[in-house]
Design a protein around this ligand. Structure first.
Ligand code: CAA
Length: 379
């Protein structure tokens, strides 16, 4: 493992840090409180190149590596995990999936607008009865010759109402089980496609999460990604990379909360001295910092595997499993270090504490990561 960052990687990290610190703190509590989508902030992130970081410049992307992406995700997540989930879905799931498996026409049509932040994308796999058990797709894409007829409901879709392009996973041939599933590109204003109610969430409240309904939606055959029946594998490949992004998000949530706790511990006095002078607090800080460094190493390992074209299924799942646990533990301790102040909104750590939980749920629960890891070990 060699994590001597290149000048380019350090420049990306510095740019993300600068943007997050100067543009995301303002209004983050209000956006969280009122579930306000960070439209302006996402537009700027597109202008700065954060919405299509790994996409080739040929399609308007930054042509960057996954290590740079992890560094940027950590910095954005240190301040606003709602912005980073929007960024993560757009980069890792939508742009990466389209660039890797889309036709030349699909790439030309969607990638330049997705990478610039002009539009954003959504990835639609989960259903009311198919979350972890993703092969159980009830949404159907009936083959009608020159088009598919899409019917069904998707749940908990990030960027549900704000996206313009949706990658929808649906069953075409139930007899073939997961080998009969397809991935289709649907545009927002396609007749029969309706965005359902917005979820009122515990965390990442600035991002919009919706159910989606499809009734006899006509999808041209040229909107299918990959060969007939490739949809489930498409979803699995895309999620394997997506988990590196969410691991980096969890890392950023943890390090953001830690930095606040460290600062507070040097300011707040109790029993006549700064609380950082008490061993009870020092032990917490030492544990938090150690966990965060370990999580960062796992994230970078997975990113490096991806950049080196080494199978990253296991390392990505390990990074997500561990970093999301570290996010939970660290944010709880950051609240504890803040005492009563940690329980109120102004000090931010209660938001990090709420945001951390989703990293153990989306893009595969922690239990799913353990299944993925153990399968790789037992291969
Ligand atoms: N890469 C490539 N192919 C894979 C794969 C991977 N990582 N994992 C499985 N596959 C392939 C298998 O090889 C198999 O193909 P063949 O039959 O042709 O050999 C096929 O997929 C089916 O595999 P399994 O029999 O192993 O499938 P399974 O039903 O046992 O489940 C699972 C596998 C890993 C549990 C999978 O269902 C899974 O990942 N579930 C979690 C889904 C998930 O992450 N959902 C999150 C929703 S998206 C989201 O959250 C986005 C957001 O908004 C932020």
């Amino acid at each position: 493992m060699d994590f001597q960052f290149t000048e380019e990687q350090l420049a990306v990290q510095a740019a993300a840090r600068d943007f997050a610190q100067s543009e995301l703190w303002a209004g983050v509590i209000e956006r969280d409180e009122h579930q306000k989508f960070p439209a302006e902030q996402i537009k700027k992130m597109g202008e700065l190149g954060f919405m299509g970081m790994m996409v080739s410049p040929e399609y308007g992307g930054g042509g960057m590596d996954t290590v740079s992406y992890v560094l940027a995700m950590e910095e954005i997540s240190k301040v606003d995990a709602s912005c980073s989930v929007i960024m993560s879905v757009n980069n890792s799931l939508v742009c990466w999936g389209l660039e890797k498996y889309g036709t030349e026409e699909q790439k030309q049509k969607y990638l330049p607008r997705l990478t610039s932040g002009e539009i954003i994308g959504a990835f639609c796999l989960s259903e009311p009865e198919a979350g972890s058990d993703a092969t159980m797709q009830r949404t159907t894409a009936e083959d009608m010759g020159d088009h598919y007829l899409l019917n069904g409901t998707k749940n908990w879709i990030t960027n549900g109402s704000t996206a313009s392009v949706y990658l929808v996973i649906a069953q075409t041939n139930p007899e073939l089980k997961h080998r009969g599933i397809n991935a289709l590109i649907i545009e927002k204003d396609t007749p029969g496609f309706v965005v359902g109610l917005k979820e009122n969430k515990l965390g990442i409240r600035g991002s919009d999460t919706h159910s989606l309904m499809f009734t006899d939606v006509k999808v041209p055959k040229e909107n299918r990604i990959g060969e007939d029946g490739f949809g489930f594998k498409f979803a699995m490949h895309v999620l394997a990379g997506g988990r590196i992004g969410i691991a980096a998000q969890a890392l950023g949530i943890a390090s953001g909360a830690f930095e606040l706790a460290l600062k507070y511990s040097k300011e707040r006095k109790a029993f006549g001295v700064e609380i950082a002078k008490h061993q009870a607090i020092q032990f917490k800080l030492a544990d938090m910092a150690t966990d965060i460094d370990a999580a960062r190493l796992l994230c970078l390992q997975a990113a490096q595997d991806k950049d080196n074209h080494v199978d990253y299924t296991k390392s990505g799942a390990m990074a997500k499993l561990f970093a999301s646990k570290v996010a939970m533990d660290t944010t709880a301790e950051a609240v504890q270090v803040h005492g009563g102040y940690g329980f109120v909104k102004e000090f931010h750590v209660e938001r990090f504490y709420r945001d951390a939980k989703i990293t153990q749920i989306y893009e595969g629960t922690s239990e799913i990561q353990k299944i993925v890891i153990s399968r790789e070990l037992l291969k």
